[in-house]
Design a protein around this ligand. Structure first.
Ligand code: C2O
Ligand code: CU
Ligand code: CU
Length: 456
């Protein structure tokens, strides 16, 4: 099998300018079209997926998989208008690929098995795309996800915009959990509970480490970019029970900050929050408060990290009243033009399969670029499902007929049991194959996904 980019394999370390003749036409076109805005730049990145020994728990080496030898993978960072050029090499014993979760890239760069051949072991693939929006995003494989993400393959991707609130410090917190067996290794996959609930582990991780201690300076206000990269866990995030300000969600800043005591991150969700100021000597627990999503195994309040407040430092943080404006795409009562039903179907083998419109891996109707989409996402089941749309942001118009508390751009929305979430989105002209799915990885694998074409 020739590599998609054999050119790269052949000339190690050299900077290439285009994919080889072996690459597929859509990929080659998208590659060539990705140019930085005037004054912006191309950011070259090398990513390699490989097996590593990682200490999730200090003192215990766990065989895991990581990008560039670390969990999470390196934080990729750029500015709106920059181009990321990622040369990815697969050193895993199985095929993989990389999906750029939340980024509005051309279909050919979406990194799914719909749009590219998976990257075989010891092969490389070149992703290249412009960063169109500021926000907190992440990257992860889109092949054998239930295993590959749990093993540690995921990383943050931060895009900065022109008008960001100026806080005293910023940190990226990737929250995950991992299920370790009694020898400290990642537990075997499978089983009915895991198929139903999705895989949850009892080792809760912040940036790849179990329940770390985080240090902050008294008097300061920090911007935290929080990513829920876990397979199935919902995280109702609390910062020691103290109020914080929500600044942004999946698709960047809100219109105005919202003060909250906790915020729910379904799987794959992101929030940007402003935390602090705290007083010297305080110790706060960064917790996931109990959230019952009708699983077989129930969870309580659980700690992700401890926050210790050190000596004070001066603060120059300034959070404007107004962050940006988000024009509404459609009125709350806009008539839906599509229904997406999240359901379960009896299965002899597995008890249930998770489906869309009664079908595993639903093949949905095409969508025309420029035509406003108003979709009713209806959960016919008794458990929550985080609905994720690839490549496009949507606005939530209503949940069971009620408008949401704020307007935002999202690529994941939780659909509670028996609920209808009405979303609106506008397909811009990025033709090709796209998909939506439940981001509980086991449900996605079971078939709770749909794919469709965007046509020009
Ligand atoms: Cu996080 Cu199909 O995506
Ligand atoms: Cu995605
Ligand atoms: Cu689901």
């Amino acid at each position: 099998m020739e590599s998609n980019l054999e050119h790269h394999g052949a000339h190690h370390g050299s900077v290439s300018h285009e994919p080889s003749a072996g690459a597929d036409e859509a990929h080659r076109q998208a590659y060539a079209a990705a140019q930085p805005d005037p004054g912006r730049r191309v950011i070259p990145v090398e990513l390699e997926a490989r097996a590593i020994d990682w200490e999730f728990v200090p003192g215990t080496k766990t065989r895991a998989w990581g990008y560039n030898g670390q969990i999470p993978g390196p934080t990729l960072e750029g500015h709106v208008g920059d181009v990321l050029e990622i040369r990815f090499t697969n050193r895993l014993p199985q095929p993989t690929n990389i999906h750029w979760h939340g980024l509005r890239v051309p279909a050919a760069m979406d990194g799914t098995e719909m749009v590219q051949r998976s990257v075989a072991p010891n092969e490389s693939f070149l992703y290249r795309f412009r960063l169109p929006d500021a926000g907190t995003f992440w990257y992860h494989p889109h092949a054998n996800e239930t295993v590959q993400l749990e093993m540690g393959l995921y990383g943050p991707l931060i895009v900065r915009g022109a008008d960001e609130p100026q806080l005293d410090a910023e940190r990226v917190l990737v929250l995950d959990d991992v299920r370790l067996d009694n020898t400290g290794q990642i537990a075997r996959f499978g089983g009915i509970v895991e198929h139903h609930d999705g895989r949850e582990g009892d080792t809760r991780l912040v940036n790849g480490k179990a329940e770390p201690v985080l240090k902050v300076a008294a008097g300061q206000v920090e911007r935290w970019r929080v990513i829920n990269s876990s397979s199935a866990r919902y995280i109702r995030l609390s910062v020691g029970g103290k109020p914080f300000r929500l600044l942004g969600t999946d698709g960047g800043l809100l219109e105005a900050p919202v003060t909250l005591n906790d915020v729910l991150l379904a799987t794959a969700d992101r929030v940007d929050i402003a935390v602090g100021p705290f007083a010297e000597g305080e110790a706060l627990s960064l917790d996931a408060l109990q959230y019952l999503r009708t699983t077989i195994r129930k969870r309580k309040d659980e700690r992700f990290a401890t926050l210790r407040v050190g000596p004070p430092r001066p603060s120059a943080a300034r959070i404007p009243e107004r962050l940006r404006s988000i024009p509404p795409l459609a009125p709350a009562n806009a008539a839906p033009n599509r229904t997406v039903k999240l359901g379960v179907k009896f299965s002899l083998r597995r008890m249930v399969d998770f489906v869309i419109n009664r079908e595993r891996h639903h093949h949905d109707k095409p969508v025309k670029a420029g035509e406003l989409q108003v979709w009713d996402v209806i959960n016919t089941t008794l458990m929550d499902h985080p609905f994720h749309l690839h490549g496009f942001f949507f606005q939530v118009l209503s949940v069971n007929g009620e408008p949401p508390p704020w307007r935002s751009w999202e690529d994941v929305v939780n659909v509670p049991p028996r609920a209808t979430v009405r979303i609106a989105w506008l397909p811009d002209d990025r033709p090709g194959s796209w998909m939506y799915h439940c981001h509980i990885l086991e449900h996605h694998a079971s078939g709770m996904m749909g794919h469709f074409e965007v046509v020009s």
